[in-house]
Design a protein around this ligand. Structure first.
Ligand code: HEC
Ligand code: HEC
Length: 338
């Protein structure tokens, strides 16, 4: 009799524990869903990239790992003396600009990239798929030649980007994936003032002549160049003062500055961007293609060369102040594109 009572008691305990578990599962299930939707919608928290330890151990995972390697050691594989092929014209790595293999917030990262392609691209006035967009960066800033779209390398880079944003909704943006929002300086960016900032905060790593510093193995850079014949090409996105200024503000000096702990004021960041990108002071490789932005209506307003569809001088488009341009477009019911 005692035995029967005891087993009944144990059965009851087990049943009630099970019930609790079920409740908990249900709760946490719905909580999780609500939470992930909230974090996308409210954008309270910065997007968290997946952990590389969670790259799957299968063929897709192999490509993801190779793709990440290509981003970090680009020149080793496809540089001027690349082991896979000679595609790039310079020894820069993708990660020199897409910091931390494209996983740092507000640092030209790949948080949501895969989810937003194919996409209309104004520079070519065409819809590009992701492989073609990757080739775009290989062409400029890397002064390179296109890899075949079905090459293992283009597929691997796409797999890495796919893995990075598997949880990002199609066409979605997530917190931290674009440029950090700043109030643009009220005056034009000043290359002379920028030179002072450069000598004070940048030359120690990027060199007195913006030449950077090669790694000892001579494959790629310890600190990449900023101008000169080995630096990024004119017409690259970073050749635009506003785009580069915001990046510098949130990221340079490297590993010291971050979007929430910038080292420069926004004026200093734009001044030094103007100093780096002023073609009257510094030379850099010129692109062979000259027919960028065939439709001037879609041309970014900080692009270095005219014509533009308004009457602001080309120098104001390049160096600012940008707010009057923004205000003008607003006054005619349009949005100024940068
Ligand atoms: C000199 C700097 C620089 C280097 C080096 C560079 N890129 Fe870029 N890349 C950029 C900038 C700037 C953008 C535009 C980002 C923006 O508009 O927010 C960009 C955009 C992209 C995009 C589109 C991102 C998106 O979300 O729309 C892809 C893909 C890309 N780069 C891939 C690469 C790959 C792969 C490499 C190496 C082979 C590379 N880039 C090397 C500066 C660079
Ligand atoms: C401590 C060394 C260091 C300092 C100081 C530093 N940088 Fe950098 N910078 C780097 C490194 C390293 C990278 C590439 C990051 C990587 O590959 O992980 C980089 C990348 C860049 C890039 C994009 C890649 C390129 O070459 O075009 C720009 C632009 C840049 N730095 C500008 C600046 C400016 C402006 C300053 C001064 C405000 C500055 N940096 C200070 C080390 C430094």
């Amino acid at each position: 009799m005692k035995k029967i009572i005891l087993s009944l008691f144990i059965l009851l305990v087990i049943l009630s524990i099970n019930n609790c578990n079920n409740k908990e599962n249900n709760n946490s299930g719905s909580f999780k869903i609500a939470n992930s939707v909230d974090s996308l919608a409210s954008e309270e928290e910065l997007w968290k990239v997946p952990d590389t330890n969670d790259i799957p151990d299968n063929e897709f995972g192999e490509l993801v790992r190779y793709g990440r390697q290509l981003i970090v050691n680009t020149a080793y594989y496809i540089g001027p003396e690349g082991k896979v092929g000679k595609y790039l014209g310079n020894k820069m790595n993708c990660t020199n600009c897409h910091l931390e293999a494209g996983t740092k917030p507000y640092a030209f990262n790949f948080f949501s990239t895969h989810a937003r392609y194919p996409q209309y691209r104004a520079r070519e006035n065409q819809v590009l798929n992701l492989g073609a967009r990757i080739n775009n960066c290989i062409e400029r800033p890397h002064i390179g030649k296109h890899l075949p779209l079905d090459s293992k390398e283009i597929i691997a880079i796409q797999c890495y980007m796919k893995w990075l944003c598997e949880k990002v909704p199609v066409n979605g943006h997530v917190k931290g994936d674009g440029p950090v929002k700043v109030k643009y300086p009220e005056r034009a960016a000043d290359p002379t003032k920028g030179e002072v900032v450069y000598k004070r905060d940048c030359a120690v790593c990027h060199g007195a002549n913006g030449e950077g510093k090669m790694r000892l193995d001579n494959v790629c850079y310890e600190n990449p160049p900023l101008w000169g014949d080995k630096a990024y090409q004119a017409g690259s996105s970073v050749h635009r003062v506003l785009k580069l200024g915001v990046f510098i503000y949130a990221n340079m000096p490297n590993k010291i500055a971050s979007y929430d702990k910038p080292k420069l004021t926004i004026e200093e960041a734009f001044d030094v961007s103007a100093f780096i990108n002023d073609d009257a002071i510094h030379m850099r490789p010129q692109p062979i293609t000259k027919n960028d932005y065939p439709n001037i209506k879609t041309k970014p307003n900080d692009y270095g060369g005219g014509p533009f569809q308004d009457s602001f001088p080309v120098s104001q488009h390049k160096f600012g102040p940008y707010q009057p341009i923004i205000d003008y477009y607003k006054s005619i019911g349009k949005e100024a594109k940068f």
